[in-house]
Design a protein around this ligand. Structure first.
Ligand SMILES: Cc1ncc(C[n+]2csc(CCOP(=O)(O)OP(=O)(O)O)c2C)c(N)n1
Ligand SMILES: [Mg+2]
Length: 347
């Protein structure tokens, strides 16, 4: 399975490659445990497709960054954590919210700017939050969530809890200075934070190969002694396996961990991206050969799960997304008085 590889220049770091082939097999006798992965990835996929459609119809305003293609990352990670563990991410956040258990209706209604949305329709796609579900946002400033996630881990440690902080960032965000300030403090104080780099190969229109000096992103913590691993982010079983290892490391008080998820976004950077920086063939190849949902579906069928069972899940998800879309269009717009609520006024 994993081919051990030392992190560049790191004496304490133990970066490994855990990138799996496309033949990852489910744990023996545990096929049923994979059904929730299928369900959760499908929910994100269908939700995002619907959001894209509604954006095209003019029902969603502002920015909207879809997560289609990357579903295995968040679903595999989330399956390794529990209540109290914290999650924070960037603006490409709908999948993370759904994976955290936030209500599809509340997320969709936020996209349409309605009162039933998680931020009462005042935040939109990039600005949602749920303390109840341990989701700490949606952040529009590239890498801003990294010190926040590190701070959440500091709080966990300070409070003497065993909770971990999952801090997601993109391949582009990884070149921000604040990431390395966070790495330093996280390693110095052995904070329980997992930095999950969602390497989808592009930062807007810039390929990672053009922007990053050295593309083994999982080794970026080597100077701080932070272990890192490269993972096939299109394979939910591989993601989950890597996540469990990283969570165990954090809960044991050994400090931070880096997971580089090799993934791909099928849609543009945001809804207004003409996508001239890559070919249609490149996108089609990924969709056809590496789709995380198709791959899991095939694995499940091969393992003897009935097609009818999967169809039942498809139907359930369709109903959830239709309900969310209906709610997002029928929930009222916020009252003008809402302009004056939730505002910090310092006098
Ligand atoms: C500080 C800052 N600089 C620039 C931007 C504009 N911007 C928004 S997303 C983005 C690319 C980030 O790419 P990546 O981190 O790879 O995440 P991805 O969009 O691929 O998920 C940029 C440059 C911003 N929002 N904030
Ligand atoms: Mg990227």
């Amino acid at each position: 399975m994993a081919q051990a590889k030392s992190a560049a220049g790191g004496s304490r770091g133990a970066s490994t490659r855990t990138r799996k082939s496309r033949t990852t097999k489910p744990p023996k006798n545990n096929v049923a445990e994979l059904l929730p992965y299928y369900r959760d990835m499908l929910l994100i996929r269908r939700f995002e497709e619907k959001a894209g459609q509604m954006y095209g119809m003019g029902l969603i305003g502002g920015f909207c960054h879809l997560y289609i293609g990357q579903e295995a990352v968040v679903v595999g990670m989330q399956a390794a954590i529990g209540k109290g563990d914290k999650v924070v991410t960037s603006y490409r956040d709908h999948g993370h919210m759904l994976a955290c258990g936030m209500d599809a209706k509340g997320v969709m209604a936020e996209l349409t700017g309605r009162i039933g949305g998680y931020s009462k329709g005042k935040g939109g796609s990039m600005h949602m939050f749920s303390r109840e579900k341990d989701f700490y946002g949606g952040h529009g400033i590239v890498a801003a969530q990294v010190p926040i996630g590190t701070g959440l881990a500091f709080a966990n440690k300070y409070n003497g809890s065993q909770e971990v902080s999952l801090t997601y960032l993109g391949d582009g965000a990884l070149n921000q200075g604040q990431v390395y300030e966070s790495f330093n403090m996280a390693a110095l104080w052995k904070l329980p934070v997992i930095f999950i780099i969602e390497n989808n190969k592009y930062a807007m229109g810039t390929a990672v190969t053009r922007a990053a000096a050295g593309t083994s992103l999982y080794q970026r913590g080597a100077a701080y002694g932070i272990p890192g691993a490269e993972v096939d982010g299109m394979d939910v079983v591989a993601v989950h396996e890597a996540a469990e290892k990283a969570v165990k490391h954090c809960r044991a008080g050994k400090g931070p961990y880096i997971l580089e998820m090799k993934t791909y976004r099928y849609r543009g950077h945001s809804m207004s991206d003409p996508a001239k920086y890559r070919t249609k063939e490149e996108v089609n190849k990924m969709r056809q050969e590496h789709d995380p949902i198709d791959h899991l579906r095939a694995t499940l069928l091969e393992a003897g799960v009935e097609e009818e069972e999967l169809k039942g899940i498809d139907k359930e998800i369709k109903a959830i997304v239709t309900d969310a879309a209906d709610f997002a269009q029928s929930s009222p717009e916020p009252d003008p008085s809402e302009l004056y609520t939730d505002i910090l006024i310092e006098s």
